[in-house]
Design a protein around this ligand. Structure first.
Ligand code: ZN
Length: 278
């Protein structure tokens, strides 16, 4: 059985965030380690983080975190690249202290005309972040929808970049269903083809979490617009194929969708539970 849950706010701290997840009937959750709109270092409340980790351990809850939106691994400017490295090290520390599996990060976008420059920047950034990282928390590379930049939207790139860094064992993947559909990586009615591709590339065994989002736009639209499960164009039947996939069993499935009419994801988590065990 996969662990099911959703993204939860840290407005009242890390422990309260975990408690909220449990109240919604979740077995897994995601949170921002710090302000999602800034790369500034957070001097976090360590006692709160440790209590969160203990609570999750006690309750059998698993979690992942998500790096702030401005995080751009492909950034070439030395100043911003430095800020990005420090921010990700800070994210990893908080992730570890809270007992989470890893921090989700996107490739980002490159402004260079030569695409290789963008990839070089990504590899250099990952190496710098991980070089002195002694913890267990992983960096989880997420596939992108291809909106604005095609970078990071194929499984080949993700697997290749992981294999090219100095410490690949410190990198896992986060598979986002909406992004896979939007980028056209997952074509309508072709889940088994994608499953097969991931198997051939050795991708699934490194997937540590799934972002379980339906998509407002069709496959191949390069749009990143999440929809609640069953209200998008992926639809219940195809979403069920993912959540029942033997390649993804026992992995955390996390919603990044709008809350339901009661202001929580309780009903949508319940729906996921039904889809996962038909
Ligand atoms: Zn996502």
């Amino acid at each position: 059985m996969p662990s099911l849950g959703c993204h939860v706010s840290i407005r009242r701290g890390y422990l309260e965030c975990a408690r909220n997840a449990l109240r919604m009937g979740a077995g897994a959750f995601q949170f921002f380690p710090k302000n999602p709109r800034s790369l500034h270092i957070k001097h976090y409340n360590q006692a709160d983080a440790i209590e969160c980790a203990a609570f999750c351990h006690e309750q059998g809850l698993v979690s992942i975190t998500h790096s702030p939106y401005p995080t751009n691994l492909a950034e070439q400017g030395p100043e911003l690249a430095e800020l990005t490295v420090r921010s990700l090290q800070n994210d990893l520390e908080i992730t570890e202290a809270c007992g989470a599996i890893g921090v989700v990060v996107h490739f980002g976008k490159s402004r260079a005309t030569d695409p290789l420059e963008g990839y070089r920047a990504i590899i250099s950034c990952l190496n710098r972040v991980l070089q002195d990282w002694p913890g267990k928390a992983l960096l989880l590379l997420e596939n992108q929808a291809g909106e604005g930049s095609l970078m990071g939207s194929t499984l080949h790139e993700l697997v290749q970049i992981r294999s090219m860094v100095n410490q690949p064992e410190k990198i896992g993947f986060c598979f986002d269903t909406c992004h896979a559909y939007g980028s056209g990586l997952w074509k309508k009615g072709k889940w088994s083809e994608l499953e097969q591709l991931g198997t051939e590339l050795g991708y699934w065994q490194q997937v540590k979490a799934v972002h379980f989002n339906d998509s407002l736009y069709p496959s191949g639209s390069f749009k990143d617009r999440h929809a609640q499960v069953g209200s998008g164009l992926i639809g219940i039947a195809q979403m069920s194929q993912v959540i029942q996939s033997p390649k993804l069993s026992a992995k955390p499935f996390i919603l990044e969708t709008a809350a339901g009419s009661d202001g929580t994801h309780k009903a949508e988590i319940e729906l996921m539970r039904k889809l996962s065990a038909p």
